[in-house]
Write a protein that binds this ligand. Structure first.
Ligand SMILES: CC(C)(COP(=O)(O)OP(=O)(O)OC[C@H]1O[C@@H](n2cnc3c(N)ncnc32)[C@H](O)[C@@H]1OP(=O)(O)O)[C@@H](O)C(=O)NCCC(=O)NCCS
Length: 149
């Protein structure tokens, strides 16, 4: 399946579908206005994952500032999870970060998010900190992870 998956820059026309995925993935989702504001903003990298018969099954957002980056958001539509698409998208996004000169890429992840933590660990992220009560709905600590290139 991944041979036919493709990652491309997000466009304004993708935002409605992205927000639908965002809303099913997160309890405090970003709004369409947030994505629209980020599109074209310096340092913001927004990418979507297309399948041949299913456009926009996932997306990711990165901040890149000089040699520092943050993976601020990544999600795959619920019906497409568990088919290596998240790993495929993350790998492409890591290439984007590296190509922009990022040497240290940070992210936060819910303690209970075993799938995401497993995925990040498999891509070389290590835990460098914790933020108490970082998340709401439900309240939960974040693990801070770092990947160095
Ligand atoms: C996290 C997320 C992007 C991963 O995408 P995905 O397409 O479901 O994941 P993949 O199929 O690429 O699998 C990645 C790894 O997790 C494992 N995995 C996937 N689903 C799993 C499950 N339900 N239980 C246990 N492991 C699972 C896979 O086996 C794979 O590991 P492996 O390479 O060692 O076999 C996706 O689950 C998602 O959108 N979740 C909701 C949003 C979210 O939590 N984003 C991250 C915020 S920090």
């Amino acid at each position: 399946m991944n041979a036919t998956a493709a990652v491309r820059p997000m466009e304004a026309a993708d935002v409605e579908r992205v927000v639908a995925i965002e809303t099913e993935a997160f309890t405090s989702p970003w709004s369409a206005e947030t994505f629209e504001t980020l599109l074209g903003r310096d340092g913001a990298e927004l990418w979507v994952l297309d399948l041949p018969d299913a456009p926009v099954v996932g997306y990711a957002m990165l901040w890149c500032i000089l040699d520092q980056g943050e993976l601020a958001n990544i999600a795959i539509a619920a019906e497409w999870r568990g088919r290596s698409l998240g790993a495929f998208l993350l790998d492409r996004v890591l290439e984007v970060a590296r190509d922009r000169g990022v040497r240290s890429l940070y992210l936060e992840v819910r303690e209970s998010n075993a799938v995401a933590r497993h995925l990040y660990g498999s891509r070389g992220f290590i835990e460098v900190g914790r933020r108490a009560d970082y998340y709401d709905h439900p309240r939960e600590d974040a693990r801070v992870l770092l990947k160095q290139f």
